[in-house]
Design a protein around this ligand. Structure first.
Ligand SMILES: *Cc1c(COP(=O)(O)O)cnc(C)c1O
Length: 383
C-alpha cells in the first residue's frame, strides 16, 4: 500500500450522483448542475460526468473556457455559460454548440459575427437582472434586448433557447427581495413572449430556491452547492438528504509536548496554560485553508475533534491533542461528511466567517491533490 499522502482531497462521486438525483426528484423539473470554478473545487470534469450519469440535463459554468473544456472532455449535452468580456472567442462557443448567455445587444452583435464566421446557428439565452445588479439586462433595457434577440432569431442567426435570472437572497427565504425578483422575472417573460420569443427553458432558481421556493422552479433549476452535498441555506432547509462529497485530510507530521507559557504559531496568539501536546498538520493557507480559521476551527484526529491553536501558516497549522497519545502519520480529517463526528465544510465556514462555497472552492484550488472514490461501486473505498 502507498504511504498516506501528506494532504489530499477525497471526492466521492457517488455522493455527487446521489445529490443530483435528490435534486431532480425534489425539483420535479430538469436540473442544470453548476460546475464552474472547477466544480466548486471538486474537479469540473469528473463532477460533470457524475452529474450526467445521475441524469443532469444541463451543465452550467461561468466562462466560455470552462464550457469548452467540458466539450473537449467529451460532453455532448447542453451546456450554458454566462460570463464574458468584449472580444471573447464566441466563434469557438458557437461552433461547440454551447448555449451562450447575452446581457446586451452588443453581445448579440458579437455572437452574430461568430455565426457568420462559423456558418452555424447559435443557441442564445437572455438574462434579465431582477435585482442582483450583476450580469443581465436591467428592466429598463430589457425590451431593447428582447427586440434585438427576436430580430436575430427571425434572420436565422440564432435560436433563443432560454430566459433566466438569478436571486440575491434565496438563502433567506423570508426576504421580500425574493418575491420582488420573481415578479420582475415574470414581467420579463411576458415582455419576451409578447415580442414573439418562445424559449425552451425559463429558469431562476439556484440551490436554495430549488429547495425553498417551489414557485421559482419554472422549466429548469440551476443547482451548484447542493450538488456537492452542502446546505445552501443552513438552518432553513431540513429533511433533504444531501451527502457532502468532499473530504479534506492530511497526515499528522509531528507531535510535541509544550509547557505552560509556550506560545503556538506566529504572533503568539495562543499560549498554553497547562502542559499539552501539539500536533503539526502539514496544510495551510497555501492549500486554501482559511487563515481566519486560526484559533476557531477544529479537526478530527482519531475519533475526537481537536481545536486549531494559533494562526494558520502558509503550509502548516497546529492542533491541540490535549495530552492524548497520537503519532506522526496518523490521519487528520479537516472536514468531511460529518458522519464520523468530524467537522464539515459548513463548520469550517462558521469558524472562518464565510460560506461553505468558499471553503470547498478554495481548498479545491490549492495545492492538495484530489483523489476520487465511489462509495456505491466500491463501498470499502477509504473515503
Ligand atoms: C453559481 C451560480 C449558480 C449556482 O448557485 P448555488 O447557490 O451554488 O446553487 C446558479 N446560477 C448562477 C448564475 C450562478 O452564478
Amino acid at each position: 500500500m502507498l504511504p498516506a499522502a501528506r494532504a489530499e482531497i477525497v471526492v466521492d462521486l457517488a455522493a455527487i450522483r446521489h445529490n443530483v438525483r435528490v435534486l431532480r426528484e425534489v425539483a420535479g423539473v430538469p436540473v442544470m448542475t453548476v460546475v464552474k470554478a472547477d466544480g466548486y473545487g471538486h474537479g469540473m470534469v469528473p463532477v460533470a460526468r457524475a452529474a450526467r450519469e445521475a441524469g443532469a440535463e444541463w451543465l452550467g459554468v461561468a466562462t466560455l473556457d470552462e464550457a469548452l473544456e467540458l466539450r473537449a472532455s467529451g460532453d455532448t449535452g447542453r451546456i450554458l455559460c454566462w460570463l464574458y468580456v468584449p472580444g471573447e472567442e464566441y466563434d469557438a462557443g458557437v461552433a461547440a454548440g454551447l448555449d451562450l448567455t447575452a446581457y446586451t445587444p452588443a453581445e448579440l452583435d458579437e455572437i452574430e459575427e461568430s455565426v457568420g464566421d462559423t456558418g452555424r446557428t447559435a443557441l442564445v439565452q437572455l438574462k434579465i437582472d431582477t435585482g442582483l445588479s450583476r450580469g443581465g439586462a436591467s428592466p429598463a433595457s430589457w425590451p431593447a434586448l428582447v427586440e434585438r434577440a427576436r430580430e436575430g432569431e427571425r434572420a436565422g442567426h440564432w435560436k433563443v433557447t432560454g430566459i433566466w435570472s438569478h436571486f440575491s437572497s434565496s438563502d433567506e427565504p423570508d426576504d421580500p427581495a425574493n418575491d420582488a425578483q420573481e415578479a420582475s422575472f415574470r414581467w420579463a417573460l411576458t415582455v419576451a413572449e409578447a415580442a414573439g420569443l418562445r424559449p425552451e427553458v425559463r429558469h431562476l432558481a439556484n440551490s436554495a430556491a430549488t429547495l425553498l421556493r417551489p414557485s421559482s422552479r419554472f422549466d429548469l433549476v440551476r443547482c451548484g452547492i447542493a450538488s456537492y452535498g452542502l446546505d445552501p441555506a443552513p438552518g432553513e432547509t431540513s429533511g433533504v438528504d444531501l451527502w457532502p462529497a468532499m473530504t479534506a485530510r492530511a497526515s499528522l507530521a509531528l507531535v510535541k509536548d509544550v509547557e505552560p507559557g509556550d506560545a503556538v504559531s506566529y504572533g503568539r496568539t495562543w499560549i498554553a496554560e497547562t502542559p499539552t501536546t501539539i500536533g503539526l498538520v502539514p496544510v495551510g493557507y497555501g492549500d486554501g485553508v482559511p487563515r481566519r480559521s486560526g484559533n476557531h476551527a477544529e479537526v478530527l484526529v482519531g475519533d475526537r475533534r481537536r481545536p486549531v491553536r494559533g494562526r494558520v501558516c502558509m503550509d502548516q497549522l497546529l492542533v491541540d491533542l490535549e495530552g492524548e497519545e497520537h503519532r506522526p502519520g496518523e490521519d487528520v480529517e479537516l472536514f468531511g461528511d460529518g458522519h464520523d463526528g468530524g467537522p464539515t465544510a459548513q463548520d469550517w465556514a462558521e469558524a472562518s466567517d464565510t460560506i461553505s462555497y468558499e471553503i470547498v472552492t478554495r481548498i479545491g484550488s490549492g495545492r492538495m491533490p484530489r483523489r476520487y472514490v465511489d462509495s456505491e461501486t466500491d463501498p470499502g473505498a477509504p473515503a
